[in-house]
Design a protein around this ligand. Structure first.
Ligand code: PXL
Length: 278
């Protein structure tokens, strides 16, 4: 069984980050070791949430794991709450990343704006962490902040502009960049990716559901990580993740509460496993 580390927060209510990564990856058959970066009472879409920072726990966890000689096949990072945490994650990459696939989902922004608590300065530090990853998975807003370039708003950009953004993202140092939330036709949305070594671009689109939910990026990145750990190609893993995420959004869209609580990813785990022949 593949064993991975995932480093992101626990939001006690409001499905996202560890509360989606752990069940999805475990169900896919990937041993998932969690490093919680913070405990929040809810994700930051609710107001009045508590936030307990766990930064100081990151170094001793790594010290213990290194002392025990644990080995990992991947390190997948999501929501990271401070610049100091970015530095500590780089330390995890140095200590456990030599033979591990490093995936960075630079969770910090969407729809043209940074999430509560993040600054443009943080984004530039996140860009450095992206430079040390094998695969990075920003949305178009995060890409703009990582590159300190104008946001490509829906309906305003061309395929050439997205291709250029992907190349610039790889210039940060990552081998492969995947841009999510790409749309050239109002009825369709999907991803485009670029592999620096092969120069290959890939793209995949499905029908857009008129609803936007927190946590969908985490679902997407978790399934991509799981697919890669199960030996699927990046293209296959991205398609699996895109279809699963879109299906989760579709079944949740009918329920207005889903917008606050997150998508019904649980209901579709059996379908996901069927597609994997499990
Ligand atoms: O889904 C990304 C995410 C993760 N963790 C926390 C969040 C968000 C998005 O807003 O607030 C705490």
């Amino acid at each position: 069984m593949k064993r991975i580390i995932t480093i992101q927060d626990i939001s006690c209510l409001g499905k996202c980050s560890l509360t989606v990564a752990l069940p999805i990856l475990s169900a896919m058959g990937v041993e998932t070791c969690v490093v919680p970066t913070a405990v929040l009472s809810t994700h930051t879409m609710f107001s009045g949430y508590t936030f307990r920072d766990l930064t100081e726990d990151l170094p001793p966890i790594a010290d213990h794991w290194e002392k025990e000689g644990f080995r990992f096949d991947a390190i997948y990072t999501g929501y990271l709450g401070s610049k100091r945490q970015l530095g500590l994650v780089e330390d995890y990459f140095r200590r456990f990343g030599e033979n591990a696939l490093k995936l960075v989902d630079p969770v910090m922004a969407d729809n043209g704006s940074l999430y509560a608590g993040f600054t443009p300065d943080f984004a530039l530090e996140m860009a450095k962490l992206c430079g040390r990853a094998d695969v990075i998975l920003p949305n178009l807003t995060e890409a703009a902040f990582l590159l300190d370039r104008p946001y490509l708003a829906p309906g305003t950009y061309t395929e050439a502009q997205v291709a250029d953004t992907l190349k610039r993202l790889c210039d940060l140092g990552a081998k492969t960049a995947v841009l999510t939330g790409v749309s050239f036709d109002p009825g369709k949305i999907g991803f485009m990716s670029y592999d620096r070594d092969t120069g290959e671009t890939d793209a995949y689109f499905h029908s857009r559901v008129e609803a936007s939910f927190h946590g969908t990026g985490d679902i997407f990145a978790s399934v991509v990580t799981g697919g890669l750990m199960l030996g699927k190609s990046l293209g296959e893993s991205l398609r699996l993740a895109a279809d699963y995420t879109a299906d989760c959004i579709r079944i949740t869209a009918a329920d207005p509460d889903g917008i606050r609580y997150g998508v019904y990813f649980e209901a579709l785990i059996p379908e996901l496993l069927k597609k994997l022949g499990k």
